[in-house]
Design a protein around this ligand. Structure first.
Ligand SMILES: [Zn+2]
Length: 187
């Protein structure tokens, strides 16, 4: 379970979930800042709008499983969880020609069956977060954003302005955005 990365490099990781609102200025803004993002859309929106998600791949980002139905996984039996976790990964691979190596459970809710499901389709890590951003408010576990933090954002109407707020804060703190897969602990 990955909540943050243990590193002294001045880097953080941007993750963006769900995908119901898709602002074309968002990948442009990432590109302006030389940043990439780790995306966790539900698989249906990737199938509906693969061109939008392909732009994040061009920036060096990844598009990863976040289930098919965005359900509360601990309420589901092991076989159903496996269909949710691995079925979404397969669907994204079909839509984009490949899928990222991560899984994020909806609502951050998981149990041992969730971890086993992700392992069964060779996903390398179950990724949670240490910082969340919503409507311009950056929520940490106390203090400013720190090196190694995994930042949770969502594809919502306010994502563009939220991202602007994050970049302003990262500039102020002397932090830059790195690729999560470059900082994964060895399995
Ligand atoms: Zn979600």
């Amino acid at each position: 379970m990955l909540r943050r990365i243990d590193t002294t490099d001045r880097v953080v990781f941007i993750t963006i979930d769900d995908g119901y609102s898709r602002d074309p200025r968002v990948p442009d803004l990432l590109a302006e800042h030389g940043a990439t993002a780790t995306l966790f859309p539900v698989s249906g929106v990737v199938r509906a709008d693969p061109q939008f998600f392909a732009r994040f791949l061009e920036l060096g980002g990844t598009v990863n499983s976040h289930t098919v139905y965005h359900d509360h996984l601990p309420n589901l039996d092991a076989a159903t969880q496996r269909r949710e976790v691995c079925g979404a990964a397969q669907s994204i691979a079909n839509s984009l020609g490949g899928v990222g190596p991560f899984f994020r459970p909806p609502y951050g809710e998981w149990n041992s069956d969730t971890v086993a499901a992700a392992r069964s389709c060779r996903l390398r890590a179950v990724v949670l977060w240490s910082v969340s951003v919503n409507k311009g408010f950056i929520a940490t576990h106390g203090g400013p954003i720190k090196a190694g933090d995994i930042i949770l954002m969502h594809f919502r109407e306010e994502l563009y302005t939220d991202l602007q707020a994050v970049f302003a804060e990262l500039d102020r703190l002397g932090l830059s955005v790195a690729r999560l897969e470059d900082y994964l602990p060895a399995a």
